[in-house]
Design a protein around this ligand. Structure first.
Ligand code: G1P
Length: 298
């Protein structure tokens, strides 16, 4: 039996330069998809997968994330007094329970691998999930839950992957595929942000990982990799000499909220999935798409 995964790490130290000026004073993880911050989607996905401890690796200007996962007594009292019990219940449901969150800081922007390494003492000697909150998913069940189901059978390390057009691989980590079906195949190699001609496949790492704690020791041994940063992908490639890596081509669709198009697209898709606004929003979209050619012509 594989060791249970109870802890999830959320690296949230990134500067969010692609969303300036919105992210000048506000963390990019607090940008909203409809009316929920991006980070909330990743936390919900982790909770659905059975995670009990949520570890955030933060940086400067990220204090609001800590506040977001705290209780807000004044707000709760006001909602209660005004009889807005649905909103109150939703707020309470979103919240991790007392003692379930930890926050540590990445003091310098040395890369994703380094950010994960900053969580090593909090995670301890246990397998853990790693969720990059820029990526959110429309999937049933959630992507991490799909990975947990695979992990129960395979143990070792598990990575969610998806196919992208070949010319897009250079924005991502890319895996080399070995034996096995889509839901559970062995990974034989990986490389961070390769040129399309050097990529081993068009299967990219989708920002969800289940990793064994031995990864921490290997992160420290990595020289700076792609983009001059300490990369988690390089440490995983090193760990592959000792441990098994399984790829899970998850069912669902990803939205890369680290890019403007992905973020805007997520807002459209998640809004159309909301009972309270879907019909009105669809009507609005139809009107807009009908009007756009006219305004371009005019
Ligand atoms: C990171 C990872 C990359 C992965 C990507 C998914 O890259 O290093 O392997 O494919 O997230 O979003 P970043 O987006 O931080 O450049």
């Amino acid at each position: 039996m594989a060791n249970t995964v109870r802890t999830a790490v959320f690296p949230v130290a990134g500067l969010g330069t692609r969303f300036l000026p919105a992210t000048k004073a506000m963390p990019k993880e607090m940008l909203t998809v409809v009316d929920r911050p991006v980070i909330q989607y990743a936390v919900d996905e982790a909770r659905e997968a059975g995670i009990e401890h949520f570890v955030f690796v933060t940086g400067r200007n990220k204090g609001v994330i800590e506040d977001h996962f705290d209780r807000q007594f004044e707000l709760e009292a006001t909602l209660e007094a005004r009889g807005k019990l649905d909103a109150l219940e939703e707020l309470r449901r979103d919240l991790p329970k007392a003692g379930q969150t930890s926050f540590t800081r990445q003091q310098e922007p040395l890369g994703l691998g380094h950010a994960v390494w900053c969580a090593r003492d909090i995670v301890g000697n246990e397998p853990f999930a790693l969720l990059l909150p820029d990526m959110i998913f429309k999937s049933e069940p959630g992507v991490l839950k799909q990975m947990m189901d695979a992990y129960e059978q395979t143990g070792g390390n598990v990575i969610a992957v998806e196919e992208v057009p070949h010319e897009d691989v250079s924005s991502y980590g890319v895996v080399a595929r070995g034996e096995g079906p889509d839901e559970r195949f062995s990974i034989t190699g990986m490389v961070e942000k390769p040129k399309p001609e050097d990529a081993p496949s068009n299967l990219i790492i989708s920002g969800r990982y289940i990793l064994q704690p031995e990864i921490f020791g290997l992160i420290t041994e990595q020289a700076a990799g792609a983009g001059g940063e300490i990369q988690i992908t390089d440490a995983m490639q090193a760990l592959m000499d000792m441990q098994k890596f399984t790829g899970v081509k998850y069912e669902g669709r990803s939205f890369d909220c680290g890019s403007k198009i992905g973020f805007l697209s997520a807002n459209v898709v998640f809004a159309l999935d909301r009972e309270d606004i879907a019909d009105a929003f669809m009507q609005e979209l139809k009107t807009l798409t009908g009007e756009i050619p006219i305004s371009i012509a005019g």
